[in-house]
Design a protein around this ligand. Structure first.
Ligand SMILES: Cc1cc2nc3c(=O)[nH]c(=O)nc-3n(C[C@H](O)[C@H](O)[C@H](O)COP(=O)(O)OP(=O)(O)OC[C@H]3O[C@@H](n4cnc5c(N)ncnc54)[C@H](O)[C@@H]3O)c2cc1C
Length: 462
């Protein structure tokens, strides 16, 4: 029996956490943070660590880790959405600085987790991406070159045999590997972080939905927190806040996890390095070998729900589960007989130009970070340290830093189209990507399928 939804498999071992006490009446704070995922909690962590006298309050609608931070694929890696666009807008050096900061962020998360005693099954095996069609191989080589040009000298290009020497994915024609990545157990990381933040003296209130954000105020059914800085850290859920419906599109991502695999199946797969694993398809997959010997694998599923609806505790359609299972078996034929123990989904935030960003409005004290487009596990940490520096700078307690100068600070983008255009556009886009993937798998051309190239252009990705 496959468990469906129930937030995510990552809570199967511990159970869904009992929420902390909700807010009990109105109060004042120096900084109020809306949302208890990685972004909100890392921001609270770095602000309170830098200035222990600050009164920092986190307000979370459900429980810390309810959102994508408790459901993701556990790729702690150095990818950041929008880097190439930032290079075009602000120059190459600025984008290289962003990339370098992201490379360092992977190490930062691992080190803080170690210092704070957060056991999140972290294993730094790097990131392996593979190609299994000529078009994917051409994209993989171009991607590899681009990453090296952005300063990733440690990255290596792998032949088919070298890639298979790491993980035996059926039909692999080549791969690329970088050390800038680690596997994590997402929920253990976010829950450990919430505990660390509380130890520092941050007030964390769960079961406390914020119904309105306005300058100086975060309004909830139980009272209002008044603070000069109100930071919105709600990523994929942002559309449900008043006035934010078209800010970021809540994109779905879905995952399955197998039962623990027997040694004879692992023997056919390899994967001793526990690298995070991905491919170069347009509707790409991502996977990890879990600490307890399962494969957790994700992909797009139903990309988007009409009207920016966000969530039903992770419930996932039978068609999506079947599609992910088909990818699993195509990659690893030896898993044909293994059970899928759990399936779930979550939402991530996609800005209209697919660029992650961080912002603090100095006139109003309102700030936000997010729009990570599926690369938020490490990015949220860099965004949080940047928000810390922006708040400290604005409060006259800090100076401009390397982080406040990064090109994603203060980035502005137009809003998404209204419905039904938004729904039709996103569904059309992913139908086009899937069709392009199918054609590339069957074909022999090294060129990216024409439909995918048009789809990229219409989506505003290139
Ligand atoms: C299935 C899936 C797989 C993914 N895999 C990866 C991966 O492998 N690697 C990677 O880098 N990224 C991945 N991502 C993306 C990554 O998980 C997110 O970018 C990241 O967790 C975002 O963190 P966050 O704190 O900004 O948002 P969230 O974790 O979504 O947190 C937002 C929080 O705000 C709360 N909230 C919402 N509205 C309100 C309100 N009105 N009042 C108070 N609280 C509110 C929510 O309950 C939630 O807890 C994945 C995402 C999904 C969904």
């Amino acid at each position: 029996m496959t468990v469906n939804g129930g937030i995510s498999f990552w809570y199967a071992g511990t159970g869904i956490p009992l929420p902390r006490e909700p807010l009990a009446g109105s109060r004042d704070a120096d900084v109020v943070i809306v949302g208890g995922g990685y972004t909100g909690l890392w921001t609270a962590y770095y602000l309170k660590s830098a200035a222990p006298e600050l009164r920092v309050t986190v307000l979370e609608a459900r429980f810390c880790g309810y959102g994508a931070s408790g459901r993701n694929g556990g790729w702690l890696y150095n990818g950041v959405a929008g880097r190439d666009r930032y290079a075009a807008l602000h120059g190459r050096e600025a984008a290289v600085a962003l990339q370098r900061a992201m490379n360092d962020t992977v190490t930062e998360v691992i080190e803080v987790a170690g210092r704070e005693g957060i056991d999140a099954d972290i294993h730094r095996g790097g990131v392996l991406e593979v190609a299994y069609s000529p078009a994917q191989l051409a994209r993989l080589r171009a991607y590899h070159e681009a990453e090296v040009a952005f300063g990733e000298r440690e990255r290596v290009l792998l032949s088919a045999a070298e890639a298979a020497g790491r993980v035996r994915v059926a039909g692999t024609v080549g791969g690329t590997w970088t050390p800038h990545g680690a596997r994590v157990q997402p929920a253990k990381l976010v829950r450990g972080l919430a505990a660390a933040v509380e130890r520092l003296g941050v007030s964390v209130h769960e079961s406390t939905p914020v119904t309105e954000i306005r300058p100086g105020h975060a309004v909830t059914p139980y009272g209002t927190v008044r603070a000069p800085y109100v930071l919105r850290c709600t990523e994929g859920f942002t559309a449900s806040l008043k006035g934010q419906r078209r800010t970021w599109l809540p994109m779905n991502s879905s995952m399955i996890v197998t039962e623990p695999l027997p040694p004879e199946v692992w023997a056919t797969i390899g994967w001793e390095g526990a690298e995070t694993l991905g491919d170069m398809a347009h509707a790409y997959m991502y996977a990890q070998r879990t600490a307890d010997g399962r494969i957790a694998l994700g992909g797009r599923g139903a990309p988007y729900r009409f009207g920016s609806r966000t969530d039903n505790d992770g419930g996932t359609s039978a068609a999506t589960v079947a599609a992910l299972r088909a990818i699993l078996v195509r990659f690893f034929p030896a898993t044909a007989g293994v059970a899928v123990d759990h399936a779930w989904s979550g939402v991530l935030g996609v800005p209209r130009d697919w660029c992650a960003g961080v912002h603090l409005d100095r006139a109003t004290g309102l700030g936000w970070a997010g729009g990570y487009v599926g690369s938020g596990v490490a990015t949220s940490n860099l965004a949080a340290r940047t928000l810390r520096d922006l708040v400290r700078l604005d409060a006259g307690q800090g100076r401009p830093t390397e982080l406040t100068a990064l090109p994603w600070v203060g980035h502005r983008v137009r809003r998404w189209e209204p419905e039904p255009l938004r729904w039709a556009g996103v569904h059309g886009l992913y139908a086009a990507y899937r069709a392009a993937d199918r054609r590339e798998r069957r074909g022999h051309s090294a060129r990216t399928d024409v439909v995918a190239r048009y789809a990229d252009r219409i989506a505003g990705r290139h």
